[in-house]
Design a protein. Structure first.
Ligand SMILES: Nc1ncnc2c1ncn2[C@@H]1O[C@H](COP(=O)(O)OP(=O)(O)O)[C@@H](O)[C@H]1O
Ligand SMILES: C=C(OP(=O)(O)O)C(=O)O
Ligand SMILES: [K+]
Ligand SMILES: [Mg+2]
Length: 574
């Protein structure tokens, strides 16, 4: 059975009255629901009932680059984990929430990276605050090799250091303990030899000028606290008031009369000169995402996007705005609009606004991103205790569940995967909690429908949005097994993802970089597939390729949309 809804691609095409359709197949009774037909499109008769046709010879054009090393057919590419999951558990059980893992000393070898990829890592994040460019280059190379050799589509996100104030690297020590009432010196002076006792560097020249005696100094958003007791030239003496562990390059904020102090440091550029060099590095390496720390306004995002566009004509690097400052909350709407996605960077955000404000800020950012069709990542401390322990706390599981329930696109591991003792276990917890909560919410239909405002600029954009909203609604109402989307730029796939339908979305794209980028978005299973403008042959090829690999079976109900031919088709897999 195949039914379809065709819509015009351009505003110029006139709407025609509904045209009855006669199927070429004897069994199927496809009906055109509504046919406003573009004058440039092919005649109706070309659109025969795809599902009713016998599977065609796939030919060399849909080149299946393989998922695993034991290749079946070189024309469709999906990662081995997804393939196995689809084959063994069917459509319904696939995880919709994506996972970003920060790569650090405990996850940087090829074996460790492969363990994360096979455990479900969708995006590998490198934090330019730590490690050398050479170190990061090697990580990128290893991820690339994994993708090429094992068929994964792990995307790479480079995160800039930003103009944050942070401590030095503790003279190479992994950590230092600050005890109650100890007096420590925070200084911008450089030391050649080992650091004197109870001394740490600060990376910001204006530090001693900006702080005042009596200020409260927070390390890592309050994990350790000091009070400023004396200033001597470049040295600031501070007494520890809340003891704790100091980690290398830990972030520093200072507070006066209960408010965050924003002195000269507020004038620091969002993208520092070191960040620009890192960005050049990221462009040269062809990373998929660049995340910008401490974004204050939309301008910096727009500037960076045009900088990237001018320098990387053939790659498309998405810019993710990290929401982690008061300014970014104030300018949230315009920042999200200017970016290709956002991150709720709760680590620093929790150091800049009262902790009890973080959950509502998270909910607001996640909602707004979804409405504006930008992928959103919830980051920091999701499973913090798993840096040291193999089991999460109940509170951490509840926190992960809440982000999944909010239907964020992705969850992120930081220290848990970068330098924790149990990176794979932490990833497994994110995976199992996501799957469980997603299924629970689907079964119980707990979620409230979200108002999805129009976001397109052209009439054609509006049509795409309406098609996706209708297709997702039909998919839920009819209980279909999967949505298929054929997309060149990935836009149509993200519009479907925005609707957060009950069933998974198979996104077919011919471009490997688009496939990697789609890997960040909720509910999308990105495949690489070369396809033509002829939907019927695309569908037939896809069906036979996926059937041959056991990923779908005859009788499965599918709704297909595409951005070449703006249409909705409902059909059973033949
Ligand atoms: N490339 C790296 N090299 C060494 N250590 C790293 C690296 N990336 C991350 N880490 C470690 O993992 C911790 C958590 O990572 P992340 O949250 O990204 O950084 P930060 O704590 O600076 O915000 C860092 O504090 C650091 O100790
Ligand atoms: C993700 C964050 O940024 P970073 O780890 O770079 O400080 C955060 O602050 O939560
Ligand atoms: K960073
Ligand atoms: Mg941060």
């Amino acid at each position: 059975m195949s039914q379809r809804l065709l819509l015009p691609r351009s505003p110029s095409s006139a709407l025609l009255p509904a045209i009855p359709f006669t199927s070429t197949s004897s069994s199927a009774k496809p009906t055109y629901l509504f046919v406003p037909f573009p004058s440039s499109s092919k005649p109706l008769s070309v659109y025969s009932a795809a599902a009713a046709l016998p599977p065609s010879d796939n030919g060399p054009s849909i080149a299946l680059a393989a998922a695993t090393s034991n290749l079946h057919d070189p024309s469709i590419e999906v990662d081995a984990v997804t393939e196995t999951e689809l084959r063994e558990n069917g459509f319904r059980s696939t995880r919709r929430t994506k996972v970003v893992c920060t790569i650090g000393p405990n996850t940087c070898s090829s074996e460790q990276l492969e363990a994360l990829a096979s455990g479900g890592m969708n995006v590998a994040r490198i934090n330019m605050c730590h490690g050398s460019r050479e170190w990061h280059r090697r990580v990128i190379e290893r991820v690339r090799r994994l993708n090429e050799e094992k068929g994964y589509a792990v995307a790479i996100m480079m995160d800039t250091e930003g103009s944050e104030i942070h401590m030095g690297d503790l003279g190479g020590a992994p950590s230092a303990k600050a005890e109650d009432s100890e007096v420590w010196t925070f200084t911008v002076r450089a030391f050649d030899s080992p650091l004197p006792e109870y001394t740490t560097n600060v990376n910001y020249e204006g530090f001693a000028e900006d702080v005042k005696v009596g200020d409260e100094l927070l390390v890592d958003g309050g994990m350790v606290r000091f009070e400023v007791i004396e200033k001597i030239g470049p040295d600031v003496k501070c007494r520890c008031t809340d003891p704790g562990l100091l980690l290398p390059r830990a972030n520093l904020t200072f507070w006066r009369n209960g408010s965050l102090v924003r002195e000269h440091n507020a004038m620091l550029p969002t993208i520092s000169s070191k960040d620009w060099l890192d960005i050049d590095f990221g462009i040269a390496e062809g990373v998929d995402f660049i995340a910008i720390s401490f974004v204050k306004s939309a301008e910096v995002i727009k500037h960076l996007k045009s900088y990237i566009a001018a320098r990387s004509r053939d790659t498309d690097i998405a810019v993710i705005a990290k929401i982690e400052s008061i300014d970014s909350l104030r300018n949230l709407e315009e920042i999200i609009r200017a970016s290709d996605g956002a991150m709720v960077a709760r680590g620093d955000l929790g150091a800049q606004i009262p902790l009890e404000h973080v959950p509502s800020a998270q909910q607001k950012i996640v909602q707004r991103c979804r409405q504006l069709n930008k992928p959103v990542i919830v980051a920091s401390q999701l499973l913090e205790s798993m840096i040291e322990y193999p089991t999460p706390t109940r509170a951490e599981v509840a926190d992960v569940s809440e982000a999944v329930r909010q239907r964020a696109d992705a969850l992120m591991l930081s220290g848990e995967s970068a330098m924790g003792q149990y990176p794979e276990k932490a990833l497994a917890v994110l995976r199992s909690v996501s799957i469980r909560i997603e299924r629970w919410w689907r079964d119980e239909k707990h979620y409230e429908p979200m108002e999805l405002p129009p976001i397109g600029f052209s009439f054609s954009d509006s049509i795409s949005e309406e098609i996706c909203i209708s297709a997702a609604k039909m998919a839920n109402n009819l209980g279909v097994d999967a949505l298929f989307v054929y997309t060149k730029s990935g836009h149509m796939a993200s519009l479907l993802s925005r609707c957060r339908p009950d069933c998974p979305i198979f996104a077919f794209t011919s471009t490997p970089s688009v496939r990697r980028r789609l890997n960040l978005q909720w509910g999308l299973i990105p495949f690489r597939l070369s396809f033509s403008d002829d939907m019927d042959s695309n569908l037939n090829k896809t069906f036979s390729l996926l059937k041959a690999r056991g990923m779908i079976k005859s009788g499965d109900l599918v709704i297909a949309v595409s951005d070449m031919l703006q249409s909705i088709q409902v059909m059973n897999v033949p």
